[in-house]
Design a protein around this ligand. Sequence first.
Ligand SMILES: Cc1ncc(COP(=O)(O)O)c(C=O)c1O
Length: 397
Amino acid sequence: MQPAQRIRSFGETVFAGYARRAREVGALDLGQGFPIDGPPEFVRDALQAAADAPQQYAPLSGWPALLEEIAFDHGRWLGRPLDPTGNVLVTTGATEGLFATMQAFIDPGDEVVLFEPFYDAYPADVIMAGGVVRTVPLTPDATGRWTFDPADLQAALSPATRAIVLTTPHNPTGTVFRDDELDVLVAAAHEVDALLVSDEVYEHIAFAGARRLATRPGAWERTLTLSSFGKSFSATGWKVGWVIGPEDLVSEVRRAHQWIPYVVATPLQEAAAHALRHAREGNDAYYETLRTTFETRARALVDALAETPLRARMPEGGYFVMADARSLGYPDDVTAARDLPTRVGVGVIPPSAFFLPEHAERAHGWLRLAFCKPVEDLREAARRLSTITDVSFTPEG
Ligand SMILES: Cc1ncc(COP(=O)(O)O)c(C=O)c1O
């Protein structure tokens, strides 16, 4: 049986293959972005307590206790009161929120602007909705910070532009977009009357504090913001996320969502509500600790990499650094990522997975390393990378 046209270009997600390879050879895996030390005690307790919660279908928008927590929290962070059922939709991770958003707003032929490198689900979501991907390059500036040229964004716009997708903090580059950069996006969205989709799953891991697109002047009415319980509470396996925005936009995402998972697992929503309440009642100290823990980890990795042939700029947030690996001498990033687990016992992700196939060469010489791991593991991984003495790689066999 031939698969449908819309999935024919899809291979296996880069994370599955490289994680498997790292596991098989017993490498220290700095590939996939999940925190191996897991969620804090209060999150585990909330999960256990949820065994006594209702076990039947939740309401369509989400479990009321969770909707209320999300509306309250994001209301204070966005600086506007949010209605729990009108402005919030609980989704099966941010992943489903993104898929449902594209299904809700993208018609065949509509163009969606992505910043490249992009989180690899975005083009798949656009393609599955029948849309067309337009890209705006992110490149390192003189300080090594990845950003975009407003002229490139302008060039990517057309009368067919229906949405612009932002990730901040950005995966894989570690950029947290500044207000002036966010304002360029808002102006662009107004110019072509496009939806803004702001993927802020790493909102609590922005080292200088979160910058939220929906707070910028003129943004709210056309912005859907996505977040993820998994990222904020180091429990990526829960796959609980949410979409926030004005009622007329959220209701359209809900229309698509009702035919995707229908609703999200009730016990997990109840547990997530407990965890959010716990964090709020602790005056957000939990989020502060999360941020400083990850900042310490990022710093530890960047400093340790300075003792290796790799170079990385201190990221501004997220789970990842883009390391300049040109001096290793590999012909491309995929060859490097395939070789490093066996050569030195370190798993990484080749960033070409975050570029269109025709732009893959822009990823050559770069590797994505996750720092959402214990500091000892990060230092050990760097120690292993420092043992690469022969930097002129010659492929074996
Ligand atoms: C930028 C970005 N968006 C979305 C997701 C997926 O979030 P979730 O696990 O809540 O579906 C990830 C996970 O790595 C991510 O990095």
